[in-house]
Design a protein around this ligand. Sequence first.
Ligand SMILES: CC(C)(COP(=O)(O)OP(=O)(O)OC[C@H]1O[C@@H](n2cnc3c(N)ncnc32)[C@H](O)[C@@H]1OP(=O)(O)O)[C@@H](O)C(=O)NCCC(=O)NCCS
Length: 183
Amino acid sequence: MNEPGRPTSHSRVTLSRIMTAVDVNLYGTVHGGVLMKFVDDVAGAAAARHSGGTAVTAAIDEIVFVEPVRVGDLVHAYAQVNWTGSSSMEVGVKVVAERWDVVSPEPLTVATAYLVFVAVDVAGHPRSVPPVLPEDVEDERRFREALIRREHRLSRRAAIQRARAETRAEARGEAHAEEEKPE
Ligand SMILES: CC(C)(COP(=O)(O)OP(=O)(O)OC[C@H]1O[C@@H](n2cnc3c(N)ncnc32)[C@H](O)[C@@H]1OP(=O)(O)O)[C@@H](O)C(=O)NCCC(=O)NCCS
């Protein structure tokens, strides 16, 4: 894809809803899984908008629940594409709540998350995405931090694969030594 790129604002998305009694866990606050779906939905909308088509969740890198959400709270999720690779995108999400029973000058941050989406074609194969163009210093900071997360993710995956290969090689070596033992 030879597109010049799309500014961050092109794909910024906000999703809002009021939490209800069906969203609660056994403790009476909103279930983490409900918030995770909300986060995935808003991030997916941002990724689809940026890439101009279907994008699937490849990984949820980090989700942090900062404050409990309660029934009646008006919750807003903000998503933007922080970084783009060849076919993948990191989407950052911030979730804030307006308490139904408290007047507060600032909404409360209740969760943050980073997700990796991959743009796919009709066959489900990765397709290229236009680069994201950060528009201000905050977008540039998010771009740099997303790159750090990607490097950590890749090096962690490589380290785990090496460790697994070593474990398998050790297991094979032990089995081989067992076979060679005299009766
Ligand atoms: C995501 C998926 C399309 C990747 O396919 P793949 O053939 O493994 O892709 P590749 O190895 O060629 O990698 C493609 C890109 O995805 C990235 N990627 C793949 N797996 C990833 C992972 N687990 N975490 C982060 N990035 C990942 C690669 O880094 C690469 O990025 P780049 O093109 O920007 O460099 C495939 O694994 C898939 O379909 N997964 C299921 C998705 C799904 O069902 N999600 C839930 C419902 S939406």
